[in-house]
Design a protein around this ligand. Structure first.
Ligand code: FAD
Length: 374
């Protein structure tokens, strides 16, 4: 493979790696650089909830990205397993979403997309799951799925390697080098220069510092999320209550998430208060979890954006620089849709989704409200 690849990707999270794999499948030569180990930031830390969706009937570009993820995750999971032998743990376990008063219009969005759901009475919900004290109106979502993030990333890394993508760990990108209105190279932390025909910035919560020298400050910022992992009896479906959720892994492990702490900046640590809050939520929602053992806890830095929507597309003013960052709470479910759009853009095919909604220089969309929070 050429040492001067067609595309150099900065960042090996789920967005960078899925894009790398899709581009390689389209015949593009790709190199990926990460300043740490591969895939170990927000993408490793996430809960892996993949809500249902339908790209053909989605009302907004973001719903379209989600719908594509929902539709294609089973196919991609099977493909990765065949290629690498690694099972990413994808399964359609179903979920129950407890809608609050302010979620009033959400069932209409689901109905318009043709998402299968059923409004349950509280007693019907309690017959399905060992629920305790829960607020909101329970809605059964049989199409809700989950993936084991670390397994999925291992599968993506192996698939990239098998597809000829050059992966570079512990090799951070420090700066751009310019020639006129083009980037001529990137400078690495070790002092090396790397050239490519095009560059894709997919550095998650750290993307802002590489966008600024390009004249853009869209305010991609870290939003810490903590997760507690319990072992013991649990529920069988994903339970979603506002910003909190319970994700039973099906092997005795249950993930409890998550806090949302923009004020923590880049401090990727758990706190006693954060973990206690999650444990209290778990015990209140599913009382049998009071007997479960706390196995471990961790924190990750979601790449936040002012309106919660990602930035995907070309970077204005620079013919050879592209971005895919700021996926906030939804980078796993949006990863396939993002990678497909990026691949279309970089191979000169009309994109299946209108990327104006994700432009780096857009005005934050005040009305951007998702039908799922994950
Ligand atoms: C607790 C938690 C729970 C979540 N749950 C869900 C969920 O259930 N469903 C869902 O869809 N989403 C979920 N998310 C959100 C999702 O995980 C993120 O949106 C997604 O992982 C973002 O992916 P990314 O590739 O953009 O960023 P990251 O995974 O953070 O990857 C960015 C990479 O860029 C690298 N990098 C940074 N700077 C440089 C540089 N200068 N040079 C080279 N490399 C660099 C970093 O080392 C990192 O590996 C959750 C997130 C968290 C934290």
């Amino acid at each position: 493979m050429a040492s001067h690849p067609d595309v150099t990707i900065i960042g090996s999270g789920i967005i960078g790696l899925t894009s790398a794999y899709f581009l390689a499948k389209a015949g593009v030569s790709v190199a990926v650089y990460d300043r740490g180990d591969l895939g170990r930031e927000a993408s490793w830390a996430g809960a892996g909830i993949i809500p249902p969706g339908n790209p053909d009937r989605a009302a907004t570009p973001a719903d379209k990205l989600r719908g594509l993820g929902s539709l294609r995750f089973p196919e991609l999971s099977a493909e990765l397993r065949d290629l690498t032998g690694i099972d990413n743990g994808y399964r359609r376990c179903g979920g129950i979403e407890f809608l609050a008063h302010e979620d009033e219009g959400v069932p209409d969005v689901w109905r318009a997309e043709g998402i299968s759901f059923e409004r349950l009475s509280l007693s019907a919900a309690k017959r399905l799951e060992p629920l305790g004290d829960v607020q909101g109106e329970p809605h059964l979502l049989p199409g809700c799925a989950q993936v084991r993030n670390p397994w999925h990333l291992r599968a993506l890394i192996a698939a990239c390697e098998k597809s000829g993508v050059r992966l570079h760990r512990d090799t951070g990108v420090e700066a751009w080098e310019f020639k006129g209105d083009r980037v001529s190279a990137v400078r690495l932390a070790n002092g090396d220069r790397v050239t490519a025909n095009r560059y894709l910035l997919a550095a998650g919560a750290w993307s802002e510092s590489l966008l600024r020298p390009l004249g853009h400050s869209p305010h991609v910022h870290p939003v810490r999320g903590q997760i507690a992992l319990l072992k013991g009896r649990s529920c069988s479906r994903v339970l979603m209550l506002g910003k909190r959720y319970i994700v039973p892994r099906g092997d005795g492990l249950t993930l409890i998430g998550s806090t949302e702490e923009p004020e923590a900046g880049f401090e990727k640590v758990t706190t006693p208060e954060g973990v206690s809050e999650l444990l209290a939520f778990a015990r209140k929602t599913v009382p049998v979890l009071a007997d479960a053992v706390l196995e471990t806890s961790w924190a990750g830095l979601r790449p936040g954006s002012p309106d919660g929507l990602p930035f995907i597309g070309s970077v204005p003013g620079w013919g050879d620089v592209f971005v895919a960052a700021g996926h906030f709470r939804a980078g796993v479910q949006l990863s396939l849709g993002t990678a497909q759009a990026i691949t279309e853009l970089l191979t000169g095919v009309p994109t299946y989704v209108d990327l104006d909604a994700f432009a780096v220089d857009r005005k934050p969309q005040a009305s951007a409200k998702s039908a799922f929070r994950s």
